[in-house]
Design a protein around this ligand. Structure first.
Ligand code: 13P
Ligand code: SF4
Length: 341
């Protein structure tokens, strides 16, 4: 059982002790990393929640869907994955012959933890007609038990493409699952998992921000609770949030997801203002250096650990051959459905 309160407090503590690098240290590390990248013929993939200094040197920064698409098409010999463990595993499943490393092997995910493969197998055994749709935030063993994978960027499309005669089982995020059911009208059995960071956003915080910034648009990640999604102008994946903010005539946005995304939003939408949503104290504003909406796992990766994992080629993703092979099919199915017009 995941203790939400403990996880959140631990996450903030770990982040707040994160050492800020002096500009010369940052430049020196960046030079070392780029030299290693050339030497190894590596590609650096980074999720939108990574710290700015990692985003700034990555070859590609994006959401889980974009990152899997990049991993599927890369010609690099080594994949350096700056994200969490299940993302690096996905890259390995798509590239069994390549070396895949990540800066911190403990960069997990509460959703992945909530869904052990043996428990999923037991549930699947209760209904042979289940069609299992697994959110990409799960282990390789769970992917190997699934019919198709989805991300927050394509979940609706993947559910709409499911065979009509099958009973849909959606794992492990009940909030994303609930949102997709609302969008599609398609009933599904939902696994009771959640993202410990996103479920901390509450209706009260959003209402106060709306009252203070009536002109702001509210963009919400679908891992959030329904009470929060119901207040949104847009509910979407991190990549679609950036596109929404870029294309919107609005000048101010309340961003309801992990605050690492603000870096790209500011870079790609100059002149617009982004307000990250407080978790603990609904009155605290970003000008107070709000650091509450952070994923403790995503924030484990640092520039130093990135340099070290490239220098040592470790921690490295290794998977059992049977799981590697079986988990590939549902990911490829997702990529194929995603590419359809
Ligand atoms: P996306 O990358 O699909 O936006 O999801 C966010 C997330 O929580 C990744 O762990
Ligand atoms: Fe997992 Fe939530 Fe962190 Fe994403 S933000 S990696 S879903 S714990």
């Amino acid at each position: 059982m995941i203790d939400v309160a403990d996880n959140v407090i631990a996450g903030v503590d770990r982040f707040s002790t994160r050492r800020q690098l002096a500009p010369e240290q940052r430049d020196a590390l960046t030079r070392e990393i780029l030299a290693l990248k050339r030497e190894l013929n590596a590609v650096i993939l980074a999720h939108n929640y990574q710290v700015p200094e990692i985003q700034d040197l990555a070859d590609y920064v994006g959401d889980s869907l974009g990152l899997s698409q990049q991993a599927a098409r890369t010609r690099a010999e080594v994949i350096v994955f700056c994200g969490v463990h299940f993302m690096a595993e996905t890259a390995k499943i798509l590239n069994p012959g390549k070396i895949v490393v990540l800066p911190d092997k403990d960069a997990g995910c509460s959703l992945e933890e909530s869904c052990p493969a043996d428990k999923l197998a037991k549930l699947q055994a209760t209904n042979p007609n289940f069609w299992t749709i697994a959110y990409i935030n799960c282990s390789a063993a769970v992917k190997a038990l699934s019919d198709v994978i989805c991300t927050s960027g394509n979940a609706e499309k993947i559910v709409r493409a499911a065979p009509a005669e099958r009973d849909l089982l959606f794992v492990p995020d009940e909030n994303l699952g609930q949102w997709v059911m609302e969008c599609t009208g398609q009933p599904m059995t939902l696994w009771r998992g959640n993202c410990y960071a996103h479920v901390e956003f509450r209706r009260d915080s959003i209402l106060r921000l709306r009252a203070r910034f009536p002109d702001a648009k509210v963009v919400v990640h679908p891992e959030s609770l329904r009470e929060v999604r119901d207040l949104a102008d847009a509910v979407c994946s991190t990549e679609k949030m950036i596109t929404y903010c870029r294309n919107s005539p609005a000048q101010r946005f309340v961003v309801v997801t992990e605050s690492g995304i603000i870096h790209r939003m500011q870079k790609e939408c100059p002149g617009k203002e982004f307000i990250c949503t407080p978790v603990f104290d609904a009155m605290r504003m970003p000008s107070d250096n709000c650091r509450c909406s952070e994923c403790k796992y995503m924030k484990l990766n640092t520039l130093e650990k990135l340099r070290d994992c490239m220098a040592r080629l470790a921690p490295r993703i290794e998977l059992e051959p049977a799981i590697l092979e079986r988990a590939r099919l549902p990911i490829e199915r997702m990529l194929e459905i995603s590419a359809r017009p």
